[in-house]
Design a protein around this ligand. Structure first.
Ligand code: ARG
Length: 508
């Protein structure tokens, strides 16, 4: 349809498939039509088309919207249907249908004061806007179920790890809340991006604007945008909003991947901290005893894919001089894959957590068997006996070393075990703090400390202590409710705009 300048022959069919964005445009057909409806209402309002023409075009657009699934049935990388042969993309195809249905005298007026360059940027923004809202909803669902899970495990003792080595006694709820907080940051990151996505580029024209007296703010409002993306060169050529969205999803995926990795490790027979439900695990084709955590492994792989998609978007964008370049068309498939990846991973992780059995007894046994109280011994000396931390740390190390040598846990050491440890004292200078070398004091501390006392005493803000878990669980519940309200509000603004757009379209 656009080939007036190029002579009679249609595009080379061997090249059309290569150029066509039909495959990826399937995701934006609806947005493209809604965008055209708003554009036509604006042309009517500003006197650029007559009521008769507007009515004819809007009638055609409504029919195309209704019949879009059959009209745009795709085959391979091009559209089916009689107009489809020479159409490079959805924008051309919709316009040619409008011209055919409304007649050239009316339909031919639809594309005044816009270009495919602002049009495609508009469509992508509308889709990403919806995808962000959908993803944010799934994030809140996942976060909410993790907080509920956490409230059932506020007393489930487990070791916490650094370098994959046991470090301190902790609680399973603490682990769940850590991942909840990461998800809530992912939510905020996406919401920040939303503000930058939700600006209308429509009316920017091909690159430098138009001499026709359009009203960009009006189309922005009709489509539920929060204002316009002002500079027409910027509006048509940037995809930074898309890269930002993709990066936010990639970060979320790397968070989910780390969660997945923990569960993969914990579900091994060596750990046996958790057991996955049968219906989300995969059997081995060869070894009947196996129950593989494939869903989590796919999540790890898809996190890596997501960063690849983001890298592709950035690479396409960064190589381009300012102004639209057809390269930008190729950002779309990666964007759609990003949305699919993020949403499906959130759903998968929720299913895994929903059916995961936690082996509390095993976690507790492992925590108790390991001397995870060494730091607590040192802190007790600091807190109750005014011992400098460095001396207290040395003393605790000495006791732990001796306990290991005599194959006992620190808390099972007798008073005479403590005395023998002290005899080996060596380089620790306890002149300034006699309590640090007082066997009675030390024995009283070691024999009273276990994971439970340790976690009772863990009072710092955000720690794995019992009291902090309770506080954090209720704080996170409140935060999730607040975010859900904000999300509903954000979605409602778009829904309301579309409802009123439909009404206005009908009343022309
Ligand atoms: N199919 C194109 C895309 O997806 C639409 C814009 C084409 N504009 C152009 N000047 N060739 O980006």
């Amino acid at each position: 349809m656009y080939r007036a300048r190029m002579g009679d022959g249609g595009p080379d069919p061997r090249i059309l498939g290569y150029l066509s964005s039909a495959r990826e445009d399937a995701e934006i057909i609806r947005y493209d039509i809604l965008g055209s409806q708003a554009h036509v209402l604006m042309l009517l309002k500003t006197g650029l088309v007559s009521r008769t023409s507007a009515r004819r075009i809007l009638g055609a657009l409504s029919e195309i919207l209704r019949r879009r699934r059959s009209l745009f049935a795709r085959s391979g990388s091009t559209y089916g249907g009689k107009n489809a042969g020479a159409a490079e993309d959805i924008h051309e195809l919709v316009e040619s249908l409008v011209v055919e249905m409304a007649g050239a005298a009316h339909g031919g007026r639809m594309h005044a004061a816009r270009s495919r360059n602002d049009q495609v940027a508009l469509d992508i923004r509308m889709k990403v806007r919806d995808d962000i809202n959908m993803m944010c909803g799934h994030i809140l669902d996942a976060a909410e179920s993790m907080v509920l899970f956490a409230s059932n495990h506020r007393r489930t003792v487990m070791p916490l790890y650094t370098h994959m080595q046991q470090a301190q006694a902790g609680l399973f709820s603490h682990w769940l809340l850590a991942h909840t907080d990461a998800l809530l940051r992912d939510y905020e990151r996406l919401s920040g991006a939303y503000g930058r996505v939700n600006k209308s580029p429509l009316g920017a024209g091909p690159v430098g604007g138009t001499s026709l007296p359009i009203d960009r703010a009006y189309t922005a409002e009709l489509l539920g945008f929060d204002g316009i993306l002002e500079n027409s060169l910027d509006a048509t050529s940037t995809r930074d909003f898309a890269a930002e969205y993709a990066a936010a999803v990639s970060i979320m995926m790397s968070n989910l991947s780390r969660l997945a990795e923990d569960i993969v490790v914990w579900s091994t027979s060596e750990f046996s901290f958790v057991e996955l439900e049968d219906d989300i695990s995969s059997p081995s084709s060869a070894m009947p005893q196996k129950k593989n955590p494939d869903v989590l492994e796919i999540t790890r792989a898809r996190a890596a894919e997501a960063s690849g998609y983001t890298g592709s978007i950035l690479g396409i964008m960064g190589g381009l001089a300012s102004g639209y370049g057809r390269d930008l068309q190729r950002t779309k498939p990666f964007l759609w894959m990003i949305s699919d990846t993020g949403i499906s991973a959130l759903l998968a992780v929720q299913s895994v957590l929903g059916g995961m059995r936690v082996n509390k007894a095993r976690m507790r046994r492992v925590t108790e068997a390991s001397d995870l109280v060494a730091l607590d011994v040192a802190e007790r000396l600091v807190l109750k006996h005014d011992v400098p931390f460095r001396t207290a740390h040395g003393m605790a190390a000495l006791l732990v070393q001796h306990a290991h040598a005599i194959r006992k846990s620190v808390r099972k050491m007798t008073a005479s075990d403590v005395r023998s440890a002290l005899r080996k004292g060596g380089s620790i200078d306890t002149k300034l703090s006699p309590a640090a070398s007082d066997p009675k004091i030390l024995h009283a501390i070691t024999s009273s400390l276990g994971p439970v006392t340790s976690l009772r005493g863990r009072i710092s803000r955000g720690s794995s202590g019992y009291a902090e878990q309770r506080r954090m669980i209720s704080a996170r519940k409140r935060a999730i409710t607040r975010l859900r309200d904000a999300l509903e509000e954000r979605k409602k603004r778009v829904d309301d705009a579309f409802t009123s757009l439909k009404k206005q379209t009908k009343s022309v």
